[in-house]
Structure formats: structure tokens, C-alpha cells
Design a protein around this ligand. Structure first.
Ligand code: GLU
Length: 325
């Protein structure tokens, strides 16, 4: 190659590089991503066999699953698990470290922030005197119950739906947010809701209510399971799936990260979120319920909602608690 042709090649490579970096949101760039074939799937991704029968309804009936223990005692309340946390000086909180809007790392401060992180910090404020006395442990959706059973965390604050089946393994606080399962897809995909997912590929996270529901409500979809909802956004962007289906709250956090995606269709479920707590730690359940009660009454719940979740719609106000005794 002559020196002049070499120079020309280098210059055009540089120009390509520069234009490639100039605006990652231009359409040409997006189309380039779209035609990129066969990128690798995230680790632990599994395609469920298309003839796998949908999971059976568990038939577990615990009355109102969202009814929880009445708060007692306020900040000075005593009990074995409360005393153990005070002796340690830190509240161990299990959450997803990459869930936009709920629990994710603020790129400037490096702190884990979001709706769930803020609720957990309020428990630490009441129990230990400072919202900063928390230690966050990263959990996948499928690890939540086990982490509580193994006592590697005191509480789980991770968009966790209260169900009768889960209540056989762990305890829950009262409801602190209500979500509903919907669908995230690329804009103009032609998908308008769950009914359009027949014959389509859908990403969901294993160990979730979203997985069970999509398999029951849309058995004609091909389901890809991955460890986290952030993984689902990546495989959607790579066009390895046509849609992601989970709670509207989580989907709002994904949609905020990619303007080419949108949340569609009606909600097909009601997902009451509770703070997960090790079964038997009734003192901690009552304590967390006292904190949630304070947040509902003193306006903190509204402040936290307005800080993170207004993309879900106007503030609906905190869900009213129900108590079992
Ligand atoms: N709310 C659903 C559940 O608890 C999905 C939430 C999540 O994966 O974090 O299974």
C-alpha cells in the first residue's frame, strides 16, 4: 500500500470512529446495533423449552397475603433481632444494585440510591439513629428468600411482591408500593400488550412472579430467563427478544435508560411490594411496620415517591396498611 493510500485509510478510519462516538442516539447508529447479529447472551440465560407446561397455581391460601403484624413500640422497641442489629451497628439490606429508580449506584456519589434504598435507609434511621448505617448486599431476584433464610441480610428491599407462597418461607412488612405487570418493547414493534406476545420472544428474570404469570397468561410466548432486569434490557436492545415483561415500576426504570423503548398494554396483575424479613423475626416485622407507618404519616413516603417514581404517574399516595393482629 502506498503511503498516500495508507494515510487515506487511516483518516477515514478516524472519521468513522469520531462520527461513531459523536451521537450514540442517532438513527444510523441504532440501525447498526440492530443489524449486529448473534451477540452472546448474558451468563445464566436460559431459554425455556417451548413445550414446558406453565407452572401450576400454587393454591396456597393465606387469606390476605398483604396483612402484616401491627407496629408496636416505635424507635425504642426491643426484641432479639432488633437488639442483634443494634449490637452490630449496621442494618444488612439485600437489594438489586442495578435496578434503575429502585436501587442503583449514583454515578456521581457512588452511593446506592433509589426508592427501595431510601425506604431501607429510613428503617436504619429509626433503628440505629442514622440513615447511613446500612450495608447493602447485592441480590438477584431468585436469591431473595434464601438470603433471608440464611440470615445473610436482615431485610430485603427489592421490588418484592408479597405472595402466599413466599409467606411460607419469609415474613413481610405491610405494603409500601403497588405495581402491576406490563410489557416493555421497542417503539413501533407492533406489540401492544401481552396478547401480542404469542409466538414472540420475551425476557423475564428467574425466581419472579413475572415469570410465573407470563407463562400462565401467554403460554405461546418463547421465554428467555436471565438473572437481572438490566440483563433483559440488554437482550431487548440486541433484538434477541421482542419484549420484557414485569412490574410497570421496574419497566419504567428500564424505559428511562433507552428512549427507543416503551411500556405498553394494561397491567395484568397487582403486585403489592413488601419488605422481606426472616420468618420468626416478629420484632423486626413490627419495627419496619412502625417505620412505614411514620413514612405514610409524616410525608416522607410522598417525598421519596416524588424523588424517584413520578414517571409512573402522579403520586397515588402511600398504600394503606392491613394488619392481621
Ligand atoms: N415483583 C416481582 C417479584 O417480586 C419482580 C421483582 C423483581 O424481580 O425484583 O417477583
Amino acid at each position: 500500500m502506498s503511503a498516500a493510500r495508507g494515510l487515506l485509510a487511516a483518516a477515514s478510519a478516524l472519521a468513522l470512529l469520531l462520527t461513531g462516538c459523536a451521537d450514540t442516539r442517532d438513527t444510523a447508529h441504532t440501525e447498526k446495533i440492530a443489524t449486529y447479529t448473534d451477540p452472546p447472551l448474558p451468563a445464566q440465560a436460559t431459554q425455556l423449552p417451548s413445550d414446558a407446561p406453565p407452572p401450576p397455581e400454587t393454591g396456597e391460601d393465606c387469606g390476605d397475603p398483604a396483612a402484616s403484624l401491627r407496629p408496636t413500640g416505635g424507635r425504642g422497641a426491643r426484641g432479639p433481632s432488633l437488639d442483634a442489629i443494634r449490637a452490630r451497628g449496621r442494618l444488612l439490606v439485600g437489594l438489586d444494585a442495578g435496578s434503575n429508580l429502585f436501587s442503583f449506584r449514583d454515578p456521581i456519589s457512588g452511593a446506592i440510591v433509589g426508592f427501595d434504598a431510601d425506604i431501607a435507609r429510613e428503617v436504619a434511621r429509626d433503628l440505629l439513629g442514622s440513615p447511613d448505617l446500612v450495608e447493602f448486599r447485592s441480590l438477584g431476584s431468585a436469591d431473595r428468600e434464601q438470603a433471608l433464610q440464611d440470615r445473610t441480610v436482615d431485610i430485603v428491599a427489592k421490588t418484592m411482591t408479597i405472595t402466599c407462597e413466599r409467606r411460607t418461607k419469609v415474613a413481610f412488612s405491610t405494603v409500601y408500593l403497588r405495581a402491576g405487570q406490563r410489557v416493555l418493547t421497542m417503539k413501533n414493534s407492533g406489540i401492544d400488550g401481552i396478547a401480542d406476545l404469542a409466538g414472540k420472544r420475551v425476557c423475564v428474570v428467574s425466581g419472579t412472579t413475572s415469570l410465573d404469570r407470563i407463562r400462565r397468561e401467554q403460554p405461546a410466548a418463547t421465554v428467555l430467563t436471565v438473572p437481572t432486569w438490566a440483563d433483559c434490557l440488554v437482550v431487548l436492545q440486541q433484538r434477541q427478544v421482542d419484549a420484557v415483561s414485569t412490574d410497570d415500576s421496574i419497566l419504567a426504570g428500564l424505559a428511562a435508560q433507552d428512549p427507543y423503548t416503551e411500556v405498553v398494554g394494561e397491567a395484568i396483575s397487582v403486585e403489592p411490594y413488601g419488605i422481606g424479613i426472616t420468618k420468626g423475626n416478629d420484632d423486626l416485622v413490627r419495627f419496619v411496620n412502625a417505620t412505614l407507618d411514620r413514612l405514610r404519616r409524616d410525608g416522607t413516603w410522598t417525598t421519596i415517591y416524588n424523588r424517584w417514581l413520578t414517571s409512573l404517574g402522579p403520586n397515588p399516595g402511600p398504600p394503606a396498611p392491613t394488619y392481621e393482629d
